[in-house]
Design a protein around this ligand. Structure first.
Ligand code: NAP
Length: 511
């Protein structure tokens, strides 16, 4: 078997994996590969190409701190611009020579004797490569595996059917009867983008979301010039947005009543966008704002209120070859069925593939006790494995790129410590991991995500919120400021590796 030795193997080439590659390179940890299942960088911003796709976090903040972009056209950028930004940063980083595209991680198994990960990959072109890596850094993301609804008969549907994250651009929606299942962040962008084009649109709503106005605007040429030329201006602007967003944290985490003005704004947005009292009632949420992700749109409610659109609130009973039947017995014909039902978030698919020191898959551990990781990054029984965007690092109010940079900085510090101290492996203690999770779950009790009266993808089957971060993002930055060797079990370097040797060339060995 041909095995390629590398120091570090990064999984995924989205915002997280690319950030890891850049920061590893800058730290002199140059011997790495980035394994990416798609054919380019971009992650979720490469995959989500549905009409209307855009970010609901301001672009100035939803970008790397080390790669500011004065050229954003809008305050909330559309998907093509974000993808172009990620590609440009990747091109300019000088790291793309170590990216391996169209390749899936099949499994990763810890070899305790060698103190290395054995990672088997498969290429979409056929064949595969096995890597032996000192560390594995997962940037596989929480929103990368589309989730299809468990609805009877879905496989029998005879028309066109696709998930929002796998949009089929070959399908022309003009003049068709289209149904959208789901009313989350993706759906509220899709619905207004396609409503005028289709003959008829049925929007199947299980739970009404809160949708507040989208205060988006185009930057003028003068503004963009100023952001480019005036020293410090863009950083100041970004900092202002950052702190304004941090101001929302108490409303989510401690005192949901603070969000009442936003709730009023959302209800006013319904009144402004929809005339029909029955439809207004149907789309009015019955839980506290913030319990689910707060969405932003000026066009969603007007689209729902248009003549060719119906909001269906009766539960779906089954999908037939020709359409959808609801619990009240009504059958509606559908030519194109768009599934906007979200992603596998509380059972990360990557966990199925990773087997730790005791021979147990990570998914088995997380299935039993819920997804958890110390600082969202390290898991007991899984030495030298680091997560970016791991458990409890998601946000309801600010930019994931901030969290990604925090975690990558922590990981790079861990690698620096391993090298300087001569550690072959570092493994967080079970006690530290449990104490971290217990503290998070204690804090969760006060949050609107737990007390707001809704069910959401933030919660796992045990009812625990294993996805969101229940504190300020600067608290997370503080927690991840430096590696904490005191709560890790370390082992000396094995004979098969020499941490003092510095970055090495990749070499192929036979075994
Ligand atoms: P989502 O927020 O999980 O929404 C899924 C929708 O599908 C919900 O309305 C859900 O209803 C509904 N649903 C799920 N299963 C169903 C079933 N069996 N029958 C009927 N309805 C069902 O998914 P998403 O809209 O794709 O967004 C996922 C996440 O992606 C967002 O929360 C956000 O973090 C991210 N996102 C971000 C942006 C951005 O601008 N930054 C844009 C899009 C997405 P219930 O509410 O009743 O569960």
């Amino acid at each position: 078997m041909n095995v390629i030795n590398v120091d570090h193997l990064v999984i995924g080439a989205g915002f997280a994996g690319l950030c890891a590659a850049i920061k590893l390179d800058q730290a002199g940890e140059c011997d790495f590969v980035v394994i990416e299942k798609g054919s380019d960088v971009g992650g979720t911003w490469r995959d989500n190409t549905y009409p209307g796709a855009a970010c609901d976090v301001p672009s100035q903040l939803y970008s790397y701190s080390f790669a500011p972009n004065p050229d954003w056209s809008m305050s909330f950028s559309p998907q093509p611009e974000i993808l172009a930004y990620i590609k440009r940063v990747a091109d300019e980083s000088g790291t793309l020579d170590r990216f391996v595209f169209d390749t899936l991680v099949e499994d990763a198994t810890w070899d305790d004797a060698a103190q290395r990960w054995t990672v088997r990959t498969g290429s979409s072109a056929g064949g595969g490569t096995t890597y032996s890596a000192r560390t594995v850094i997962s940037g596989a993301g929480g929103l990368s595996a589309p989730k299809l609804p468990d609805i009877a008969g879905i496989e029998s549907f005879g028309g066109e059917l696709f998930h929002s994250a796998e949009w089929d651009h070959e399908v022309d929606l003009a003049g068709k009867r289209v149904a959208v299942i789901g009313t989350g962040a993706s759906s509220i962008q899709i619905v207004p983008a396609i409503q005028e084009k289709v003959a008829h649109l049925d929007v199947y709503q299980r739970t009404a979301p809160y949708v507040i106005p989208r205060n988006d605007r185009r930057y003028s040429r003068l503004e963009r010039l100023a952001l480019k030329k005036v020293p410090g201006l863009q950083r100041l602007y970004r900092t202002g947005i950052y702190w304004a967003r941090e101001g929302y944290v108490p409303a989510f985490t401690m005192a949901p009543k603070l969000a009442m003005p936003a709730q009023k704004m959302a209800l006013a947005n319904i009144r402004k966008g929809i005339k029909d009292p029955a439809l207004r009632a149907a789309v009015t949420p019955d839980y506290q704002i913030g319990c689910k992700r707060i969405l932003i749109s000026n066009t969603y409610y007007p689209a729902l209120g248009s003549d060719n659109c119906d909001v269906v609130t009766d539960p779906i009973a089954e999908i037939t070859p020709t359409g959808i039947v609801t619990a009240d017995g009504t059958a509606r014909d559908v030519d194109v069925l768009i599934i906007a039902t979200g992603f596998h978030t509380t059972e990360l698919p990557i966990a199925e593939k990773v087997t730790g020191r005791s021979g147990r898959p990570l998914a088995a551990k997380w299935n039993e006790s819920g997804m958890s990781a110390f600082k969202g990054t390290a898991v007991a029984d899984f030495p030298n494995l680091f997560f970016i965007v791991g458990p409890n690092t998601g946000l309801g109010h600010s930019s994931m790129v901030f969290m990604i940079e925090s975690q990558v900085s922590y990981i790079v510090d861990a690698l620096r410590t391993m090298r300087t101290e001569g550690h072959g492996s570092v493994e967080v203690t079970a006690a530290a991991e449990q104490a971290w999770s217990a503290d998070l779950q204690r804090r969760m009790k006060r949050t609107v995500w737990s007390s707001g009266g809704c069910a959401s993808w933030y919660l796992d089957k045990h009812g625990n919120n294993t996805t969101l971060w229940p504190r300020s993002t600067f608290a997370f930055r503080g927690e991840t400021a430096s590696f904490d060797p005191d709560v890790y079990t370390v082992s000396a370097v094995s004979t098969t590796q020499d941490p003092q040797a510095g970055p090495t060339k990749r070499e192929a060995v036979s075994s």
